[in-house]
Design a protein around this ligand. Structure first.
Ligand SMILES: Cc1ncc(COP(=O)(O)O)c(C=O)c1O
Length: 363
């Protein structure tokens, strides 16, 4: 089987060591041997972020959306409402989650290349005293846009409100102070910048916010954040977890600690610099304005005469998987992520592959 260079924003390339960890002996999920792995993952998550002891982590078997939906459905008390920042597909997904759970919501909507101005959040919070939580995506994977999470958290703190951050595609890949005042919940998954295997998502949560969930009627049976936390704290699990995926996640966390979170962030930034410099020389312009771009994913405009499908297939023949733009963006742009085990040298090879494709498709 061929090894692909994954330029989609997760699942990302992993190390052989992480994949090897999947081959754990069969294990019952209600035995101490499994709970040891679960507890180690939960503890390593908060430790590597320097978030202990104020924060704890809660694991979900499910894709990233499971952690987001569990948090949105659990955090907002009855009678209160949510302020949602929507400047991409994942902001909109939080709006749909709130709607599905009948949680009243105000939405601040921007186009896909505009970060939320914190002053807009301050105004909305002044106008809507019923809002208990602000929720926003740190890195909008739709385009590679970064929202100013810490500035929004400061505005929320000043207004006495709490913040939920979807950091799915940025946690461990971009700097983020998860312990910033007002931030109660941060959601992410194993298979992006953590460099683990898909199947587990998690919530980093302030312990006081988790305590506040006790005794509340849940809006969901499976996605009940409070129940998962209380049960995991007792070294137990309410449902059958992805046993093998969790073993791989533990290995990914060990690797992260070995590399160091700052070094990983720096590697991604260098990957990104190599990619953007090379693509710029080939004539590809970047959709998101400078200053609002992450170092994890870039949306490039298609050059004249190039279609996404042709470029995708030509790159795939060279072992590289690029990613379509979402919605109508697909017609004029495409995405290239540089997360996972990729190195600056790999990104040079990716740029060389793009150059070959360009010559093949536009000559
Ligand atoms: C910012 C963001 N939020 C949520 C998700 C949802 O994750 P999943 O597809 O794993 O449910 C993604 C996935 O790419 C994402 O990038």
């Amino acid at each position: 089987m061929r090894e692909w260079v994954l330029l989609n924003p997760g699942p990302a390339n992993t190390s052989p060591r992480v994949r090897q960890a999947l081959l754990t002996p069969d294990l019952c999920h209600r035995e101490p041997e499994f709970f040891e792995v679960m507890r180690e993952c939960r503890q390593r998550l908060v430790r590597v972020l320097g978030a202990a002891p104020a924060f704890d982590s809660v694991l979900f078997t499910g894709s990233g959306t499971a952690a987001v939906e569990a948090t949105v459905a659990s955090a907002v008390p009855d009678g209160r409402s949510l302020l949602i920042v929507d400047n991409g597909v994942y902001g909109d997904r939080m709006r749909r989650i709130a709607e599905a759970h009948r949680i009243p919501a105000e939405v601040l909507r921007y186009d896909f290349t505009t970060p939320v101005p914190p002053a807009d959040v301050a105004r909305a919070l002044r106008e809507h005293p019923e809002i208990s939580h602000v929720t926003l995506v740190h890195h909008e994977t739709t385009t590679g846009l970064l929202n100013p999470v810490e500035a929004v958290a400061d505005v929320a703190a000043a207004a006495g409100r709490r913040v939920i951050v979807d950091a799915m595609s940025s946690l461990f890949g971009e700097p983020l102070d998860v312990t910033r005042a007002a931030i109660d919940f941060v959601t992410a998954s194993a298979n992006k910048c953590l460099q683990g295997i898909p199947g587990i998502s998690f919530v980093l949560a302030r312990r006081t916010a988790l305590e506040a969930l006790k005794g509340r009627a849940p809006r969901s049976v499976y996605l009940d954040l409070g129940n998962h936390w209380v049960t995991q704290e007792q070294d137990n699990t309410p449902f059958t977890p992805a046993v093998q995926v969790l073993h791989a996640m533990r290995e990914a966390l060990v690797e992260l600690e070995e590399e160091g979170p700052a070094a990983r962030i720096a590697r991604y930034a260098e990957n990104c610099r190599v990619l953007r410099r090379g693509m710029g020389a080939l004539g590809f312009a970047i959709l998101v304005p400078e200053g609002a771009r992450s170092n994890i994913l870039t949306t490039f405009r298609l050059t004249p005469g190039l279609t996404y499908d042709a470029l995708h297939d030509a790159m795939k023949r060279r072992g590289c998987i690029i990613y379509a733009g979402q919605g109508e963006i697909r017609t004029y742009a495409f995405r290239v992520a540089n997360m996972g085990t990729l190195t600056p040298k790999d990104m040079q090879a990716v740029v060389a592959a793009f150059a070959e494709c360009l010559a093949e498709l536009t000559s």
